[in-house]
Every structure is written in C-alpha cells, then in structure tokens.
Design a protein. Structure first.
Lengths: 837, 235
C-alpha cells in the first residue's frame, strides 16, 4: 500500500473524528507534560550539582577530603604530590558562608583554591585567574546571586563564616564555563588564602584534588588511602555528585512515582477519547477487510493514526511540560541546599525529552491499536460478540484482582522498597474489580429503581446495562477510580509524612527555650560551627538558667552525607519517641547521656550491618569507637542522621567549637525579654537568636516546601481526571442525541431525559470514584510504609477517611456538574433530528 | 467463470444436530452473467457468499474462480483475492462520514499499489457511469440512501473485479430506488463482463437476474419462473 494512500485515508477519516482526536491529543499531552516536567525537575537538581562539580574540578580524578569544616593541615599537599603517578594536586578550602549585601543576604558555598586548580581544573574554576586585584581580599560569585543581595558591580560586602565577620570585595561575574554555567548556583570562588583568612584557619585545607593517569587509578587510590589513615575521606573527584544523588533519591523516586500515576490518568483521558471513535473505526476496519485489506495494511493505516496522534500530542505535551516546569516544578527541595550547592537553573536533557516523547508515542499506539486488536486479528466476518454474564465475569476477574491485591499486601508487609511495583499491582487489582463493582452498582440501582419507580433512573439503568458502550463506560469509570486512588494515596502519604516530620522537628527544636546560632539559611539544620566566646556573657543574662553547647555537622560516610546532631550532655532526653524506630526510649536516652553510645538511622545501620549494642568505629576526624544504642528515623534528612551527646562529638571530631548555644530559661523569665537581651550580646557577631517556636515554624515551612511538589502533582491529577471524565461523558451524551430524539418521539420529556443522563453519570462516576477512594486508603498505607522503611523518613500512620470521602465527593460532584451542561443541551434535541429528510 | 462444486458448510448447534447452512451446492456462473440466489432468512445465502468471498472455509467441496481454488487460499492470499478479483456490495452502507463520495468510492483502490491521486482519478468515470458525476464532492451524509448504495457499488467495481457479490444490496432502499440501483448494477456488470451473484429475499430484486436459484436449508434448486412471478404478484 502506497504511503500517499495511507495519508489520504487518514485525511479522509479525520474530518469525522476531529473533536475526539483533539480530546485524545489533549489527554496524551497532559501525560507527556507531567512526565516531562517531573523529569526536568529531577535532572535539573542532579545536573546542577554535577555541572558545578565538573566546572570546578574538571578532569581531576580523586579527592582527599576532611570530615569537618576545620579541615586538615596543608602540609599534606606535599605528601600527596609525592605519590607515584600523581600529575597535579590542587588544594581547596571550602566553607559555608553568609554573604550580606546592601539589600539582603545569601548562604553560599565559598570555594577557595589556588592557581593550580584555576589553571588545570574545570572551566568555571578558571575564572579565579581574573581575580587579581593587587592582593585585596576579593571573591567572585554568579552575577544573578550577587544581584539578589543588591550587588551589581564590584563592591564591599560582609562575609560571615561561623561567628567571624569580614568585609570583602565582591566581583559579580557571569561565571560561564565551556560545559557549565553557575548562573543560579549559590557558590563563590576566592583565592585559597582569602577563604582561610575569612574562616580564621590559616594553613588548613578541606580537600585536595588529584589528577593521575586512569591506568594508575588503583595504585594512586591505595596510596591516598594510606595517607588518609582512616581520618580523611578518599574518593572520586565528583564525590559530591554521588552524595547528592543519594540524598535526592527519595525526592526523585516519589516525584517519578506520582508522575507515572498522573501520566496514567492522562493516558486514560486519551483512551476515553479514542474509545469514542472505536465503533466507527471498528466498522471501517471490518469493511476494509471485506474489501481485501490485509491485517498488515490495516495496521499500516492505524499506525499512521497513532504516529500523528503521538507526535502532535508529544509536541504539545513538551510545550505544556515546559510551562509546568517553569511555573510549578521549578522549586528545588530547599532542605537539600543546606548540604549541597544546588542551583536554580533548569537543565533539559535529551533524555528527558526522549523519555516523555516515548511515553506519548506508547500511549498513542496503545490507545489506537488496543481497542481494535480483535477487529484486526479476527477473520473479517461480522459475528455477534461473545456475551459474558456478569456472574461469569466476576468469577474471572475477582480472583485475578484478589491475586494482585495479595501481591500488594506481600509487598506492603515484606518488601515495601518495591512500592512502585505495589502501586502498579494495586492499580491492576482496582481495574479488575471495577467491572464487577459497576455490575453490582447497576443491580443495586435496579432494585432501588423498582421502589422509586422513576422514568429517569429507569432510562439510566438501561443505558448502563447496554453492552454497546460497555468498554467506554468502563474507561470513564476507570479514569475516576485512578484519579481518586492517586489523589487519596498521594495526599494520605504526604499528610503522614508531614505529621511525622513536624513531630520529629518538635522533638529536636523544643529542647531549648532559645537557640543562638550563626546566621544564614544554609544553617537551618545547625551544622555551622563557631568559636565558643560568648557563652559566659549569655549565661550571665537575667532569666537565663543554663547555656548548653549543641554541636552538629554533616558526616560523609560511604555514599551518604549524614546529619549529625550532638545534644548537650546534660540533656537527659536527647531523643524523642517519634524519632526512635527500634530500641527502648528510656535506655537509649540513658546511654546517650552517659556517652560512648550513639543512635543511627535505620537505613545507615542496615547499610553497615550494625545491630543494637554492637561496637564500631565511626569514620570521624578522630576515628572513635561507639556502641549503637538504638535505631532512629532519618529525622527528615533523606540520607540519614546520627544522634550522640555533644561531649562525644568533641572527642570524635577533635573539635570543641559548638554549632549552637541552647539557652534554658529560669522559671517565670520572659522569653521575649531574654531573646532581646541575647540578641544584644551576639547580634553584631553574625549570630541569630531564635525561640523553639520560631525554629519549629521554619522547619514546618521547609517540610511543606519539600512536599509541595506532591501537592502540585495531586492537584494536576485531579484536574486532568475531572476533565477527562467530563469530556468523555459529554462526548458520549452528545453522540446519543439521535436516540434521545427518538425517546422524545416516544413521549419522554426533556426534564426526564436530562435527569436520566445525570443519573447515569452519577452512577458511573460515583462507582469509579468510590472504588478509587477505597483503594487509595490502601495505596497511602503502601506509600507511607515505603517512605518510612526505605528512606527512613519519620511518619505518623493514619487512615485519612475524611480525605478519601472528600476526594471521592469532590471529583464525582465536579465531573457530574460539568457533564450537566452538555446533558442539558443534548436533552433539548429536536424530536425530528433522527428522522430521514 | 465461477464454479461451486459440492460445497458444504455446517455449524455446530446447541441442540446437537449441526446446522447445515450450505449443503452440497454446485453452481457455475460464467463471466458477465447475473445470477440471483433467492431464499428466506436463514436459508444459507449469506454463508454461501462468505464462502465465495473466502471469509470462511468450506467443510468440503471447492470454489473455483478462473481455475483458482479459492477455498485453499491462505489468509493473505484471500485478502489479495478480495482486493483484486472480487467486489462485495453489502446491505449496510458503511460510508465514512465527513468524507466525499469520491474518497469513499476510492477507498478500495487505495489499498492497491496505486497512489491516492491515481485512485481518485480512476474512480471518477465509474461514479459518472453510476450517475454520481454531479455528486462526487458531496460528503457521505449529504447523499441519499440510493446514492450511498451507488457509491458502495463504485467501490466494489473500482478494482475491475471478475466477480461481484451482492448481499441484499437494496435492503435499505425503497422499491423505486432499489430498482434504479439494480438496473445500474446489472448494466454496469454486463458492460464490464463481471459475473454477479446476488443474494436476496426480495423477488423483485431477483427478477433482474439472468438466472434465479432458490436456496432452502442450504440446498440449491433452479427457480421455477412461475414461482417468482407468483412471489412478485404476492409482493
């Protein structure tokens, strides 16, 4: 068959189904858009960190890095340079800093290095060569970030590292390299000595980057490990990217999972639209086959349908996805920026585009070919379709649904890490239950109808019993079911997670009335150390009973960057029950207070095969042996947390500097007054004073921001589903005008016909949505368990019955209300419409 | 020349005894001859057409068209046979709404190796011959039932088949339009030397044929002319 004939046939048929085709385009486009936007959001995070890392370290192969911000002595540089095979070594001193400009302040990662990295490192590091301003203290950062704090050209700004504040000349630059751009990355570059001076730690380094021939990787790595002597981390030069990927994993997974769910709704949207044209297309296929078209020719004809549909829908989907990713999915999970320099630039890779387009093409192909599978495969003889009774159908489908449900339960109980498989299995169970539930609803409706004896409900039930529109009715109900299922699952899991995070946060923040800590948004987890110089003055303030030292930082252990929380040793309850996963609360608190014990997140302990009571060496600056007191959640930090007492921390890190002062107030003292007094003492030193309530609010906001993408996806799922159902129902009703006209000839009034259409819509959509709500409750349990067990997030499990009923009622009501309009217009059809002229 | 030799097709029945839809039919239809199979519903007419169209296989016997045994064709060869050697006019008028008479009639030609433009060019004289010259660009829904049926005949004849099967082609038309369509069908096929096998339960339709056979319980019998006249009078 010639291509021109296939194209002609496509054009000939298009006019008859243009509206339905547009619905299908829209449905697939929505799915493609959601997939694309979530892909872009995820790859942007990854790529931002990776490009930054590459832009600075270039083709360096390895790095030795310190386990705390104080770093190690730079004499190690000479030792590393002497390793056989090492061609270049470049020193780096990296600190979290708060830069205060005329109109605001920003937390940035200040990277100090010397001409070696500037000359041989990544394309961005080379900008350091431009910073030769006659020995003045000078640093550079992306112009866009500098603009945020009111710096448009070279000018002096205040840089705070810990409690140290220094005025430095800031040179805003575009910082564009050959392969990367630092346009929106919160990073600053400065000469090594400048950063050492800013931190007050001359002669210290936090990392050494090494270039060596790849063939000597093994021997160089071994030599570096010998030099590190277990006190420093040794790894590949782009270790930061690896650590980040691990940390961003849960965000990527959850976004991916929920995007897949929304793509499924988009596909059902398209499927509904395509179902509208199935009778015509099936009849055409049968005709063409009688005329001698072979299966291959039919598939060629339909393939063009699928290709045109897929290409147009994918193109539109990419456009919509672009808008979505700019307008909605652009916010990065803020909490990750506390430990990684995440930029705000959007990175669109060919993989994101290819993945979304592939999804669109698969949806189009399946949507076009699947409903016509039988018509294509069977011999071209018109035959009465095999009628299967409702009871027989139930006997076939329900055991299969039960098997999928059992599979989901096994996953829930034994392998929550396979949550994605569980969700797919639960969706399959839902879809298999739907036909039986719909039959049941029609049967119950029939019994009620006999009592109500209304003509409208009678007509509605006749339509629902009709086999002609069975597939289409099921597709519409399935859309509702999936939408409510997705909505309840996502919302339930999100709610459980948020409640868990808030409770965990309360457990940490409420340990002191007032917290005194270095300024800067990046220090929200209290991980920046400062010199302990003001404790005595704070302790003498009226209303202050005690001043305790809190210590915290991040520790890179394997591929995880772990959050370390070291509560003051005097704290008798350093851990709360919501944070504990395994272990006795009273015993654990006593052990932490006594020292020599620590609590690890369950996932971290499992990765290192550690059990409660076991002794092990923690890879800190001064590797120290500890015993595992209990297992905790990850306290909201994706890669896990470690809780110990502050004295043990000082010993293991060889560092007495605190990260915060915890002020305990005397009974009756005014919180506001003491806060004001404390600010008077430390305010000029780059420190801030926060009440426990302020810290809780800050952390709640961060938790909500981290979960906001889930809420956005849920909203999009609901909107897409309501539109899908309303459009499909509307089109189905519209196509029925001739039959409605016939009924008018038989004497049915407009009001009866309209009520009949509303009854039918309500039963169909209500059944689907109700089943979705029931399965959604199970789905949220599965997702909550996965988040809890796999990622270790603190969660508080609950059964969101109200949310489920709410989603069910809202989606059903909105869809029925939307359907009411075309129903009303269709019911006004002239009785003569169906009559021959 | 179409030859049916001892053709048998039985279907299993719930009651046990098989339904003998076609039971030992033997028939020869030379090129250009118009033959009608006349019989009531359930007499096996449509099954016989299905067998000749290679849409199902006979239990025994053979169907030979110009020395080629149709009953032994593979699925792909059957399709090729229907496309190039056979025309099939159905009772149901499945035209594509929104598409013109021209495009609907050219649908079968598009399945051949001919390009779309050539197919549309080739179908115009045939539509003209069938009296649709003025209506070629009208959409399917703008055509009368008789015109729609003529479009279907044009489609069936478009690939210049040797045999045309017509299954109750006037079933959805009134008697006057039915007669018009049948006259055209008979004339066009005679001009083109196309053998026609018409199945119908309408005696008036059967009266257009050169020969009429009665089909009852799957068995064929030459129809007595006076029986047909009586049926016509009764109708």
């Amino acid at each position: 068959m010639r291509f021109s004939s296939i194209v002609r046939l496509y054009r000939v048929r298009l006019r008859a189904r243009l509206t339905q085709e547009l619905f299908a385009v829209l449905g697939i486009a929505i799915g493609v858009a959601l997939l694309f936007a979530s892909q872009v959001a995820n790859t942007s995070l990854d790529s931002s960190v990776q490009r930054l890392s590459t832009g600075i370290v270039g083709d360096m192969r390895f790095q030795i890095s310190a386990r705390d911000s104080h770093g190690f002595d730079e004499s190690l540089l000479r030792e590393v340079a002497r390793v056989p095979g090492v061609q270049v070594v470049a020193p780096v001193f990296e600190q979290n800093a708060n830069v205060v400009g005329p109109t605001g302040e920003r937390s940035v990662d200040v990277v100090g290095t010397d001409p070696r990295l500037a000359r041989l490192g990544g394309s961005i590091a080379r900008h350091l060569n431009d910073l030769r301003l006659g020995g003045a203290r000078v640093f550079t950062m992306p112009a866009a970030i500098a603009q945020d704090i009111g710096v448009a050209s070279i000018r002096s700004v205040l840089v705070q590292i810990g409690s140290r504040q220094t005025r430095v000349l800031l040179v805003p630059q575009l910082l564009v390299g050959s392969t990367a751009s630092l346009g929106q990355s919160p990073i600053a570059l400065a000469p090594l000595r400048t950063v050492q001076g800013l931190a007050g730690t001359p002669g210290r380094l936090t990392s050494i980057y090494v270039r060596s021939p790849p063939r000597l990787d093994r021997s160089v790595l071994a030599a570096l490990r010998r030099i590190a002597a277990g006190r420093l981390n040794v790894g590949h030069a782009d270790m930061t990217t690896t650590l980040f990927r691990r940390a961003a994993g849960p965000v990527d997974q959850s976004t991916g999972l929920f995007s897949a769910l929304s793509a499924l709704v988009g596909f059902l949207f398209a499927f509904n639209a395509l179902m509208l044209t199935v009778p015509q297309r099936r009849s055409l296929i049968e005709d063409l086959r009688l005329d001698g078209y072979t299966r291959r020719m039919i598939v060629q004809v339909l393939s063009l349908d699928a290709i045109v549909l897929g290409v147009i829908a994918s193109a539109l989907g990419l456009l919509l996805g672009e808008v979505l990713s700019v307008a909605l999915f652009n916010s990065s999970p803020g909490y990750l920026s506390f430990a990684f320099p995440i930029g705000a630039e959007r990175v669109v890779t060919w993989r994101s585009v290819a993945f979304a387009v592939l999804g669109g093409m698969i949806a189009a192909t399946a949507g076009v070919l699947l409903p016509l599978q039988a018509a294509i495969a069977e011999r071209p003889v018109r035959s009465t379709p095999l009628r299967v009774s409702a009871r027989r159908r139930a006997r076939l489908l329900l055991p299969a649904a039960g098997a999928f449900f059992a599979g989901t339960t096994v996953i829930l109980l034994a392998a929550p890490q396979a949550a994605i498989v569980g969700v797919v299995s639960l969706t399959a169970a839902l879809l298999l239950c739907l036909p039986t539930l719909l039959d049941f609803a029609v049967r119950v409706g029939g019994r009620l109808q006999r009592r109500l004896a209304g003509a409208a409900s009678y007509l509605a039930l006749i339509e629902l019993r009709s086999r002609t529109h069975r597939a289409r009715s099921l597709a519409i109900a399935a859309t509702g079911a999936i939408a409510v299922f997705g909505s309840v699952s996502i919302q339930g899991a999100r709610g459980n997670l948020q409640r868990g995070l808030e409770a965990s946060t309360r457990g940490t923040d409420s340990r002191a009335g007032l917290w005194v800590l270095p300024r800067g948004k990046a220090n929200a987890l209290v991980t920046t150390p400062f010199s302990d110089v003001d404790r005595a003055r704070l302790g003498r303030l009226p209303g202050v009973r005690t001043v305790q030292l809190y210590r915290g930082s991040f520790l890179d252990w394997g591929t995880r960057r772990i959050w370390v929380l070291a509560q003051p040793q005097a704290d008798l309850h350093p851990i709360s029950s919501i944070q504990l996963v395994k272990g006795d609360l009273r015993v654990t608190n006593a052990r932490l207070h006594a020292g020599g014990w620590l609590v690890l997140s369950q996932a971290v302990a499992a990765e290192h095969h550690l059990h409660i009571g076991e002794s092990f060496t923690l890879p800190t600056t001064v590797p120290t042996r500890f015993r595992l007191a209990a297992l905790s959640t990850n306290l909201g930090w994706p890669t896990g947390a470690l809780i110990m007492n502050a004295s043990d921390y000082a010993r293991a890190w060889g560092d007495q500097d605190p990260s915060a002062y915890q002020l305990e107030l005397s009974p009756g003292a005014s919180l506001v007054a003491v806060k004001r007094e404390a600010e008077g003492v430390v305010g000029g030193l780059g420190m801030r004073v926060e009440t426990a309530a302020q810290r809780e609010r800050l952390h709640y906001a961060q938790a909500a921001q981290g979960l906001s993408r889930l809420t956005q996806i849920r909203t999009l799922v609901v909107i897409a589903a309501v539109l899908a159902m309303a459009a499909a129902m509307g089109a189905m009703i519209w196509q029925r005008r001739v039959r409605l006209a016939d009924m008018k000839v038989d004497g049915f009034s407009r009001a009866v016909l309209w009520r009949a259409l509303l009854w039918e819509s309500t039963i169909l959509l209500g059944t689907g949505c109700a089943l979705g709500a029931i399965f959604g409750l199970y789905g949220q349990l599965l997702l909550t368990r996965a988040l809890s067990v796999v990622t270790g997030f603190p969660v508080i499990e609950s059964t969101p019955l109200l949310a489920a009923v709410g989603s069910f009622a809202l989606i059903t009501a909105v869809a029925v209300l939307i359907v009411a309009a075309p129903g009303y217009v269709a019911a006004r059809v002239r009785p003569t419409v169906g009559m021959p002229e | 020349m179409l030859e049916l030799r001892e053709l048998v097709k039985h279907f299993p029945a719930a009651s046990g005894a098989p339904i003998r839809a076609v039971d030992g039919v033997t028939l020869a239809v030379p090129d250009g001859e118009f033959v009608a199979l006349y019989g009531p519903s359930g007499s096996g007419k449509t099954t016989l057409l299905m067998l000749i169209a290679a849409l199902m296989r006979p239990d025994s016997g053979s169907i030979v068209l110009n020395e080629c045994d149709i009953s032994k064709l593979s699925d792909a060869d059957s399709a090729r046979y229907r496309l190039n050697e056979l025309g099939f006019v159905r009772q149901t008028l499945n035209l594509i709404t929104g598409a013109s008479a021209l495009d609907n009639a050219a649908l079968k030609l598009m399945g051949t190796d001919m390009g779309a433009r050539e197919a549309r060019r080739r179908i115009v004289p045939l539509l003209d011959r069938l009296g649709l010259g003025e209506r070629v660009s009208h959409r399917a829904e703008q055509l009368s039932m008789g015109e729609r049926q003529r479009v279907m005949i044009a489609r069936a004849l478009s690939t210049e088949p040797k045999l045309l099967l017509a299954d109750e082609p006037t079933g959805s038309l009134d008697s006057m339009r039915g007669r018009e369509v049948l006259e055209l069908l008979a004339e066009t096929c005679r001009e083109r030397k196309v053998a026609v096998l018409l199945v119908t339960h309408d005696p008036q339709a059967a009266s257009f044929a050169d020969r009429v056979f009665a089909l009852r319980d799957g068995r064929l019998a030459e129809h007595e002319p006076d029986h047909l006249s009586a049926a016509l009078k009764a109708g």
